[in-house]
Write a protein that binds this ligand. Structure first.
Ligand SMILES: *Cc1c(COP(=O)(O)O)cnc(C)c1O
Length: 387
C-alpha cells in the first residue's frame, strides 16, 4: 500500500464518527456488553475485541494498523515508550538457561536489561561487534535463542548486514529483534529482510514534536498475540489513547519532516566536514563511513543524527562548544522539531577523559526542522569558541 494511503486513510473509519477528518480519542478505560456470551468471548480472546483499555482501544488500533503497514508487518503493538517495547519483545522470548547475542553498546536500557535484570532469571548475554557476520556465528552457543540488533547504532552508526544475520538466525531457530529507531520504516524495513520483530521508539521521529513518548514493536500476528496475552497485558505498558492520537497526528507529517531533516542534515554535514575544529564527522551516508556500501544497500535514507569528532586534546573545548550554542539545545532524545547536541563526555568522570580515545571527543548532533543556514551559523560561532 502507498505510504500516503497508510498515513492518511488506513485504519480510519470516518463515517462512524461524523466524517470527522481527525479521529476521536476514545478516552475510556472499559467497554460495555449487553450479552453474557459476548463478554465470555472477550475474556477468552482479549485481542479479538474491546474489553479494557490496558488491552485494545479503538484510537490505538488506528495507530497499530498504520504502523504495522509502514513496517510491512502483519501486526504491531504500541507501547508507552520504546524501552517498554524492547523489554516485552525480549522477555516474551527467553527463559532460564537461554543465551542472547547482542550488538555491543545497544541502547542504554537494553544493556541494563541484559546486564542487570535478565541474569537474575538465569538468562545470559554476549555482546559482539555486530558489523561482521563471523562474530555472530562465533558467539552463538547451543543455548542461544535470541539475537538483538540495532542498525544503525545511534552514536557511531555501526550497522549489521540485516539479511545475513536474519538468515543465520533462521537457520538455527533463533528469534531476532532489531532497534530500527534511527531509520524508521520510511528508510529501512527489516521485517522484509527476514527479521522477526522490528522495534522503533515513536518518541523520536513519529511523535516528532518532543511532547510524547511511545514505542512500536511489529512482526507476525502470532508473535504479537503471544506478547499481547502475556507481557503487554501483564506489565500494562501500552500507549494511552491521547498519546496514540498525538502519534497519529505526528505520522501525517512524518515523510515531509524526514525529507526536510535529510536535506538539512546533508548541508550541515558538508559544513562540519570542512571546519578546522572538527576532526571528522561520522554519518552512514558519507563515503568515508566504513560501512558506506552496506548502508546504501539496506537503507534508503539516513537523516538527522550525525556525530562530530572534535579536534582537540582538552575536554574544556568540547564543553565550551556545547555551552556556546545559542539556538541548538543540549538535551537527550532526538527526532523532534528542535536541533540538539549531546557530548559523550557528559557521561564520563572528567578525570577519565582521554583525548587519545576518539569516542571521548564525540558530540552527537541532531538536526531538526530549523533552516540549515540558521543552524550552520550557530555551529560556526560555537566551534570558533572551542578552538
Ligand atoms: C530513545 C531510544 C530508545 C528508547 O525509546 P523511549 O521511547 O525513549 O523509551 C530506544 N532505542 C534508541 C536507539 C533510542 O534512541
Amino acid at each position: 500500500m502507498d505510504i500516503s494511503q497508510i498515513i492518511n486513510e488506513l485504519g480510519e473509519d470516518r463515517e462512524n464518527y461524523f466524517n470527522a477528518v481527525a479521529p476521536p480519542i476514545m478516552q475510556t478505560s472499559n467497554f460495555a456488553f449487553s450479552k453474557v456470551a459476548d463478554l465470555r468471548k472477550a475474556f477468552e480472546d482479549e485481542m479479538g475485541g474491546y474489553l479494557y483499555s490496558r488491552g485494545l482501544n479503538p484510537t490505538i488500533d488506528i495507530l497499530r494498523k498504520k504502523l504495522a503497514a509502514l513496517d510491512g508487518a502483519e501486526d504491531c503493538l504500541v507501547f508507552n515508550n520504546g524501552a517498554a517495547a524492547i523489554f516485552a519483545g525480549i522477555l516474551a522470548h527467553v527463559k532460564a538457561g537461554d543465551h542472547i547475542v547482542s550488538v555491543k553498546a545497544p541502547y542504554t536500557w537494553v544493556q541494563r536489561m541484559l546486564d542487570v535484570i535478565l541474569p537474575r532469571f538465569g538468562v545470559t548475554s554476549t555482546y559482539i561487534d555486530g558489523t561482521k557476520i563471523e562474530n555472530w556465528k562465533a558467539a552463538t552457543k547451543v543455548n542461544t535463542t535470541f539475537y538483538y540488533l540495532e542498525s544503525p547504532n545511534s552514536w557511531d552508526f555501526a550497522i549489521q548486514d540485516i539479511r545475513a544475520v536474519a538468515a543465520l538466525a533462521k537457520s538455527k531457530g533463533i528469534t531476532t529483534l532489531i532497534d530500527n529507531s534511527y531509520c524508521t520504516p520510511i528508510y529501512q524495513r527489516p521485517i522484509e529482510m527476514g527479521i522477526d520483530m522490528a522495534m522503533q521508539t515513536a518518541t523520536k521521529y513519529i511523535g516528532g514534536h518532543s511532547d510524547t513518548l511511545g514505542g512500536v514493536l511489529s512482526g507476525s500476528h502470532a508473535i504479537m498475540e503471544k506478547i499481547f496475552n502475556s507481557e503487554y497485558l501483564n506489565i500494562g505498558s501500552g500507549i494511552q489513547p491521547f498519546n496514540a492520537w498525538l502519534m497519529i497526528r505526528g505520522l501525517r507529517t512524518l515523510p515531509a519532516r524526514l525529507a526536510q531533516i535529510t536535506h538539512t542534515t546533508a548541508k550541515v554535514n558538508a559544513f562540519l566536514s570542512n571546519h578546522p575544529a572538527v576532526e571528522r564527522v561520522i554519518f552512514p551516508f558519507n563515503p568515508s563511513f566504513p560501512q558506506y556500501e552496506l548502508a546504501k544497500k539496506q537503507m534508503s535514507g539516513a537523516c538527522g543524527l550525525q556525530t562530530i569528532v572534535m579536534k582537540t586534546r582538552k575536554m574544556d573545548d568540547i564543553v565550551r562548544f556545547c555551552e556556546s550554542l545559542h539556538h541548538i539545545m543540549m538535551a537527550v532524545s532526538w527526532g523532534g522539531h528542535e536541533s540538539l547536541v549531546i557530548p559523550k563526555c557528559a557521561g564520563l568522570n572528567p578525570a577519565d577523559f582521554n583525548p587519545e580515545n576518539p569516542e571521548h571527543r564525540y558530540v552527537r548532533l541532531y538536526t531538526g526542522l530549523e533552516d540549515a543556514d540558521y543552524l550552520i551559523a550557530d555551529l560556526d560561532q560555537a566551534l570558533n569558541q572551542a578552538g
